[in-house]
Design a protein around this ligand. Structure first.
Ligand SMILES: [Zn+2]
Length: 496
């Protein structure tokens, strides 16, 4: 055996991979191969976004951020060892179906035919410039107008801060805003510009929510209720923070036992939405940067680097200056604080509305995984349960046998746990930053949102062909009503 082959065959434990979790030394696992991405991060075509994989099993990220595929030779070149079978993390997902490969091929082909690049386009870039001008323009008017007019400008500023969140930073941090990594990084920084943290968002959204949408590890949830915290180095949790982080204030997922006040959550939820961004800016961001973790997610891949900490605290200080300091300078302390709060409440309300209807809504599925269940030494296939019952295999009578998709196929889970509204609408796709085509976004997070309206029919047709559910609501208004219905049901239903 030559030296290189012997090195690749060398067994490296998952515990060791987890200890290489900073930009200085970044290892990751892809399909059992242990790869060293420390130097490669500098020449990775998608930029240093790859460092989010440091110290983690990145199999889901690897598959879902590369719709055109990655040459196996590249992985082999980066390989430094192999994960022993006993250490391979027990994943909820099945990758045996051709469903996702077929979707990728068809979507790439469609965009090629239309001559549209997968990442970035002039339409998103022109829109971004317009949004940034409106954000800064409304902030300036808020400083210089009479107080009663400044209140209106702070509402306008809040609305445009939300557009920065949905139409610029979202694509930037997903690596979808541009083909050039440094432009994606700059677009991602606009999250810090509006006072929040792009890093915290990357952990929650890209490492928690996207790969494991509406999925909860029931064992970890029980531990949490008993205040047992699994040590960080043992954590290997496939859970979506978006559906557990607001519990018990709001019960969104059926595995949790409802509390008495959850009965009223459909009434108070719209009030809580307004406080979402304030809670992120002043509590969650700070906690994550100090503790270097977000719930079960190790955050050292970003905060294990001094420059990133300087960026985080520097942007917090700078944004505090122009979001709170300058309004107080122009309108006095009380006036400035009122303007800042009104802007934030507006941004929080609009942002939460746009995000929540996509996954927490009547008809959508919720999955659960029990990491303690063991059969013959290996974990049982994870069980999934939805508000609407789901079968072992997704079925439709007209589907050919070879097209049957397992219930826990990664792409099929994305389709079952996400909902579109106003599908095919160019206007709403632009207005919502592609959130109206949530199914397409979850299947292809690295594809620019301005492309979703052009691939929507391809995705829907392929879902029909494979018998995979594809839920669309006619408009945001209907989707909002169904979201409240879901919250109402969750406030009363016993835990599953
Ligand atoms: Zn996203």
């Amino acid at each position: 055996m030559c030296k290189a082959s012997a090195e690749k065959a060398k067994e490296i434990s998952f515990a060791e991979v987890k200890s290489h979790n900073t930009p200085k030394s970044a290892w990751a696992v892809v399909n059992k191969q242990v790869i060293d991405i420390t130097d490669f991060a500098k020449r990775h075509p998608g930029g240093d976004i790859i460092l989010l994989a440091a110290g983690k099993d990145a199999t889901v990220l690897y598959h879902t951020y590369h719709p055109k595929g990655v040459p196996q030779a590249l992985l082999d070149k980066l390989q430094i060892g192999t994960l022993p079978d006993s250490d391979v993390p027990d994943s909820y997902y099945d990758w045996s179906s051709p469903f996702y490969d077929t979707l990728c091929k068809r979507v790439v082909e469609r965009l090629k035919t239309l001559n549209r690049p997968l990442r970035g386009n002039s339409d998103i870039q022109i829109k971004a410039v317009g949004i940034l001008l409106c954000f800064w323009g409304s902030l300036y008017k808020m400083y210089t107008s009479e107080f009663h007019q400044a209140i209106v400008w702070s509402i306008v500023m809040g609305v445009f801060a939300h557009f920065v969140g949905t139409c610029i930073q979202h694509d930037g941090n997903h690596g979808a805003f541009s083909k050039m990594p440094f432009i994606n990084t700059a677009a991602g920084w606009t999250m810090d510009m509006i006072g929040a943290s792009a890093f915290t968002w990357q952990f929650q959204h890209m490492l928690g929510h996207h790969p494991y949408t509406n999925l909860l590890d029931v064992h970890e949830e029980e531990n949490k209720a008993k205040e047992i915290d699994t040590p960080m180095e043992q954590k290997d949790q496939e859970s979506d923070p978006d559906v557990f982080s607001s519990f018990p204030l709001m019960r969104m997922h059926p595995v949790h036992e409802p509390l008495w006040y959850n009965k009223y959550q459909h009434l108070y939820a719209p009030v809580l939405f307004a406080f979402m961004t304030l809670a992120k800016v002043f509590q969650q961001d700070i906690e994550v940067a100090m503790n270097k973790r977000l719930y079960h997610i190790d955050a050292k891949c970003r905060y294990g680097n001094v420059w990133n900490l300087v960026r985080f605290w520097g942007m917090k200080a700078l944004s505090t200056l122009y979001m709170i300091g300058l309004p107080c300078y122009f309108h006095g302390t009380k006036g400035g604080l009122i303007l800042f709060t009104v802007g934030h409440l507006t941004c929080g309300e609009v942002l939460a509305t746009m995000f929540i209807v996509n996954h927490v809504i009547e008809g959508v599925s919720f999955a659960k995984k029990d990491s303690r269940e063991e059969v013959n030494g290996s974990s049982k296939p994870a069980t999934a349960q939805g508000v609407t019952p789901m079968d072992e295999t997704l079925k439709a009578s007209s589907i050919k046998a070879e097209n049957k998709v397992p219930l826990n196929d990664w792409a099929a889970v994305q389709c079952q746990t996400s909902v579109n509204w106003s599908p095919g609408s160019w206007f709403w796709n632009h207005f919502s930053g592609g959130l109206s085509h949530q199914i397409e976004h979850h299947l292809f997070p690295s594809i620019c949102h301005t492309n979703y309206v052009h691939i929507q029919d391809v995705v829907e047709d392929t879902c029909r062909e494979f018998g995979v559910p594809y839920q669309s609501e006619p408009n945001l208004f209907v989707a909002y009503g169904k979201m409240l219905n879901h919250l109402k049901a969750m406030g009363r239903m016993k835990a599953l």
